[in-house]
Design a protein around this ligand. Structure first.
Ligand code: OGA
Ligand code: NI
Length: 354
């Protein structure tokens, strides 16, 4: 089976399931010190109504092969926020509900059964954790299941849960639906940026895609731990679906953390590092994090759409006449850099600036 570069970049350090740890904790003092993160409450969190995440209506975008008004709205959302809610995206309710139900079922399985799909040494794919690069590093309060879904020949089906028995089918179906939404968004973005359509379609050919399913257990010291450290996504475009009703995604806006409240049925979209670089910084890959709830578990599915493996990533031709603001490098080199350190906000992106 074809091996994707993700395969070789995982850490060999494996940490025990946080879900199992959380279940064993009787009182707050039992939370191991490696999970206690003073930075979790260091920056202010914006209160309700301070500002609103842009909402993009996908059906309007498609209307008349891209409504000019909605495309302009999308352009501003990508340039000013780097994040938006996508409504009327056309992904059938059934595809989303099946995926959500199967994910919830998977995480309910006994640890030993989940471990049958555990990450292999030096791989990121499977059930486990990512970005753990040393034995004394602080840890995030979460487990994940990361699977490569596209291109089809890169799938490692052995790592796709066989329980619940509908899981593989639900994921295939979800992957296909999201690929099509992402493809359209990328097409409109290319148009908005003035990029020749074939330039974008070559980079995103076959629409490589990976799915990261996040499981955030409740924690009695919720405001002192982090579910997912501040980071930017190494993808081109991410589409996030919150699986249950528990909120926890925060995005960096000014010096504040801004809590995202997903609209019913919406996908939360964000620009990843690759599109920030390709667009020479016109579109922004915004730092975000996930926080933990004291009483309830939280689940989410982040679907990353990236460039093809052999692409070179650097500011595109549109910036001719402007000064390129980022170094160009092979996507493989970028991924190596992305996965070889712990998550640290925009540190990597800042280091790639010229
Ligand atoms: C991610 C991510 C946020 C969330 O998986 O990259 O940012 O709300 N997830 O789970
Ligand atoms: Ni993310």
């Amino acid at each position: 089976m074809a091996k994707s570069s993700f395969q070789r970049m995982g850490s060999s350090i494996h940490v025990p399931s946080v879900q199992a740890l959380a279940a064993s904790i009787a009182n707050p003092a039992d939370v191991p010190p490696r999970f206690v993160r003073p930075e979790a409450k260091a920056d202010p969190v914006a209160s309700d109504g301070e500002s609103e995440l842009p909402v993009i209506d996908f059906s309007r975008l498609l209307h008349h092969r891209f409504s000019r008004e909605e495309s302009a709205k999308l352009h501003h959302a990508c340039a000013d926020w780097g994040f938006f809610q996508l409504i009327n995206h056309g992904v059938p309710d059934q595809a989303m509900e099946k995926m959500k139900a199967d994910i919830a079922e998977f995480f309910k399985l006994p640890l030993e059964e989940k471990k049958a799909f555990a990450q292999l040494p030096n791989s990121l794919e499977g059930y486990g954790q990512a970005f753990v690069v040393s034995d004394d590093q602080e840890l995030d309060w979460a487990d994940m299941l990361y699977l490569i879904t596209r291109p089809l020949q890169s799938r490692n089906i052995d790592l796709w849960p066989a329980q619940p028995f509908t899981f593989r089918d639900s994921l295939s179906c979800y992957s296909m639906e999201l690929k099509s939404v992402a493809g359209t968004l990328l097409e409109v973005m290319a148009k908005n940026l003035g990029v020749a359509p074939e330039e974008f379609s070559t980079i995103f050919q076959d629409q490589p895609q990976g799915v990261r399913i996040n499981y955030y257990p409740p924690c009695p010291r919720a405001d002192e731990v982090l579910g997912l450290s501040p980071h930017t996504d190494g993808s081109g475009l991410t589409l996030l679906l919150q699986v249950n009703d528990v909120e926890g995604l925060h995005i960096r806006k000014g010096g504040n953390w801004f809590p995202v409240k997903p609209l019913p049925g919406a996908l939360i979209a964000n620009i990843g590092d690759i599109i920030e670089i390709l667009s020479n910084g016109v579109y922004k890959s915004i730092e975000h994090r996930a926080i933990i709830n004291a009483k309830e578990e939280r689940l989410s599915i982040a679907t990353f759409h990236g460039p093809r493996e052999d692409s070179v990533i650097g500011p595109l031709e549109i910036v001719k006449g402007y000064k390129p603001k980022y170094v160009s490098m092979s996507y493989k080199e970028f991924m190596k850099a992305y996965f070889s350190t712990k998550l640290e906000g925009r540190r990597l992106m800042e280091s790639l600036k010229l």
